[in-house]
Design a protein around this ligand. Sequence first.
Ligand SMILES: Cc1cc2nc3c(=O)[nH]c(=O)nc-3n(C[C@H](O)[C@H](O)[C@H](O)COP(=O)(O)OP(=O)(O)OC[C@H]3O[C@@H](n4cnc5c(N)ncnc54)[C@H](O)[C@@H]3O)c2cc1C
Length: 458
Amino acid sequence: MYKNKVYKKIKSLLGKRCLNDKLSKVQYSYDATQKMYSPDIVALVENTNEVSEILKIANKYKVPIVPRGWGSGFSGGALNIEGGICLSLEKMDKIVEFDKDNLMVWVEAGLVNYDLQEFLKPYGLFFPPDPSSWKFSTIGGNIAENAGGPRAVKYGVTKNWVNGLEIVLADGTVLNVGSKNIKDVAGYNITDLIIGSEGTLAVVTKALLRVHPISDDKKTIQIVFNGIRAAAEMVNNILNSKIIPTSIEFVDKDAIKTVDDALNVGFPKDAEAILIIEIDGGIYEVEENSKKIKRLCEKDKSIIAFRVAKNEKEADEIWIARRSISPTLKRIADGKLNEDIVVPRSKLPDMIEKTQEIAKKHNLYIVSFGHAGDGNIHTNIMYHTDNNKEIEAAKKAMDEIFSFCLKLGGSITGEHGVGITKQDYLEKQVGSDNIKLFKNIKKAFDPKNILNPHKMRL
Ligand SMILES: Cc1cc2nc3c(=O)[nH]c(=O)nc-3n(C[C@H](O)[C@H](O)[C@H](O)COP(=O)(O)OP(=O)(O)OC[C@H]3O[C@@H](n4cnc5c(N)ncnc54)[C@H](O)[C@@H]3O)c2cc1C
């Protein structure tokens, strides 16, 4: 009953941009988790006023409403678990204002990260957060998940580059939070509260982002190790030698083999781990830091290959191998539990070794790679979807990995968010008092619990 009323109201507001045909509902029913939950209606909004009007309707009729960017999320955040409205911001993709003097830009939330980078490039500027999904994820989605990428070692994650937001609350109220001021401590910091809130507190319609000058020079270095612990330890050795690289990425043996089989990269056969390091800065600084890293590596007997990319083409080859890991994993098995645990950087060698131990114990492939410079590792537990024994083993392995990670003082998620996939572990990490506070915050923002309910189990 309510569905028809809500559909009619939204249809009269959006016309052809309100969809409820079968095909559209399927198109908007999944994200990168490959789980499927169909919305009842898809609303393709074009401006803040439409977002506000639709939220007023959803709030009045108590209909679940799920904000959505490009649906590249890895934790099910954009899925309509119990139907309701899929609020797609993909058409809100404009640059609203470029303030070169203040090195800031106002953008609509549906702008794709890569399109912002392309806009900034001619001005010699960039937006530092660079999730590997930058070509198919939106600024709104990056903000909702507090996304990070390889550059986070030096430049931090999304929250470090957002100065203000335009948001719409569950009852349709439009609010501006934050400002262009670099320093601003007037009142609670709502901007930071919204960042990482996974679309459960408000819909982000616009964002005021800080941007940064592109460095004069950069170098990409690839180091191949015949021991996995040595690679993990090298991460800390580099950071302790007063060098802050832009990126330090880690690739384990199984990931190396899978990529090599698929792309024929020619990695040494006895390679157990690879570090990919990028350094940027002034020309002199980059040259010096590159030499420093080389000197550090010369002392390490477990290094079997060291390569500094001579030009952009060679650097691209190194990065393509890293970026191809995720898509080539299907060659190992058709199912995977894709986790993004984080540990304090000094604990990285212990975490990586323990993961290998757990893989052996359960006779599974567990492929580890990712942002070692942040202590953030993508742990992919592979299984065959037609093998129940393997599925059970994978779940047990995941439990053990999370438990060990929390024991080391780590976190169950560094960038993918809790969504629906990590709900069972959130309280284990933060404790019941924090959960109580989370629920009260949610109630204050969204008393009828219409905004992305079922996520984080709030
Ligand atoms: C191959 C691949 C690589 C990836 N690599 C990375 C990586 O390196 N780093 C990283 O951090 N993530 C990575 N991700 C995960 C994902 O791309 C990010 O979480 C991204 O920020 C999601 O953006 P999206 O626009 O696709 O959001 P969606 O998937 O559409 O939504 C994600 C969440 O954000 C909420 N949301 C979306 N837009 C808004 C809005 N305007 N207002 C309020 N809430 C909103 C949704 O409700 C949902 O909870 C990767 C994903 C894939 C598939």
